[in-house]
Design a protein around this ligand. Structure first.
Ligand code: ZN
Length: 365
């Protein structure tokens, strides 16, 4: 049986085209019989909107809506946070890897919306720490950098954007030739991407004028990114990436986050075969880790001290998977920043793949 609980009565019309979808004041619906189901709840209440006349049911508001195996959502969530790869999970749960992938992606999209709904609004009150977390997609010839921002005091994971990188570092002669051949065929990632994506990330986290203290390493693209944000008065403090990575390091919260991302996500382990074949899937998976870090994991494993979200006053208790999956979130009822809208709809393309499928499901949202 699924651990998730449906809300008692519908609060708005689930039809995005209905006038009562966003603002349900004055909305009226009627009960419209029941339908039977093979899994609990076995009898599902149906409704009809009196305005657009669309029929829907209590199931429409559940995050496991239209899933054949709603019972897998929570085990998949735990597996993805425990460094399992999709095939290992599929074998353990005796389903196809595609089933796991579909549920993993749905969880990622749900977490993106959950974060957008709960993240702090207005000027940010604590110093931020910025870093680039490096991984790759498809093959080691296609490195990716995730630009991540965390709170220095709360350890809250505020958000991320991503950049494609050109493969660099030590390479054999064969590897250099292969890189040249790939770049001739597929083109080269923009060298300005880090600057652009860091600016985009800070702009969406701090959309209005404010003073901000920002800690980072000495990456030369960061000052250039900050010059693109004239509305922010930023005090930028840098720490060498060679400084000891202890709790006294000003970058401690982000160093710890990098460790947690590699510790929890099989796709970012070094020398792994579970690496992301498309970074879009790694992005959805990172949203799950973000919500887990902010709402489900204690600030300190030994001493507790609240979750990062509790430390920022955004929550009063630690969430369990059932709390996270209490109700379905509708992308049509939320304002997403442009960059994150691309993430939600799966529009991040992988250069090496001809066809990158977007998220277009009508029911399996
Ligand atoms: Zn309606």
């Amino acid at each position: 049986m699924s651990e998730t609980a449906a809300p008692q009565a519908p609060r708005f019309c689930p039809n995005p085209a209905c006038a009562f979808h966003g603002d349900a004041r004055g909305w009226r619906y009627v009960r419209d019989g029941f339908h039977a189901r093979q899994r609990a709840p076995l009898r599902v209440q149906r409704y009809r909107c009196r305005h657009c006349r669309r029929r829907f049911s209590a199931q429409t508001f559940r995050p496991d809506y239209w899933l054949k195996r709603p019972d897998l959502l929570v085990p998949v969530l735990h597996g993805l946070l425990s460094c399992a790869c999709l095939r290992q999970l599929a074998r353990a749960l005796e389903v196809s890897p595609q089933t796991i992938l579909a549920q993993a992606n749905r969880l990622g999209r749900h977490c993106l919306l959950f974060h957008q709904l709960h993240r702090p609004r207005g000027p940010l009150t604590e110093p931020l720490v910025l870093d680039g977390f490096e991984s790759f997609e498809y093959s080691q010839f296609h490195p990716t950098r995730y630009h991540v921002v965390a709170g220095q005091a709360s350890h809250y994971f505020y958000g991320f954007t991503d950049s494609e990188l050109r493969r660099s570092g030590r390479m054999s002669r064969d590897q250099r030739q292969r890189r040249a051949a790939l770049e001739a065929r597929l083109g080269r990632p923009s060298p300005r991407s880090t600057e652009r994506e860091v600016a985009a990330l800070l702009a969406l986290l701090c959309p209005t004028a404010q003073e901000l203290t920002l800690h980072s390493d000495q990456h030369t693209d960061y000052p250039r990114a900050l010059r693109q944000l004239p509305h922010l008065r930023v005090s930028h403090r840098t720490t060498s990436s060679r400084a000891a990575r202890t709790a006294h390091n000003p970058l401690f919260s982000i160093n710890l986050l990098d460790l947690l991302i590699r510790h929890g996500g099989a796709n970012h382990k070094r020398e792994t075969i579970a690496f992301a074949k498309r970074r879009q899937m790694a992005i959805w998976r990172l949203w799950l880790l973000l919500v887990w870090r902010n709402h489900m994991k204690w600030f300190s494993e030994r001493r507790g001290q609240g979750t990062p979200a509790m430390r920022l006053g955004l929550a009063t208790r630690r969430l369990k998977p059932a709390d996270l999956l209490r109700e379905r979130l509708f992308v049509s009822r939320l304002e997403l920043p442009e960059r994150w809208r691309l993430y939600y709809w799966g529009r991040v393309t992988t250069r090496a793949l001809k066809h990158c499928r977007e998220h277009r499901c009508r029911y399996a949202f």
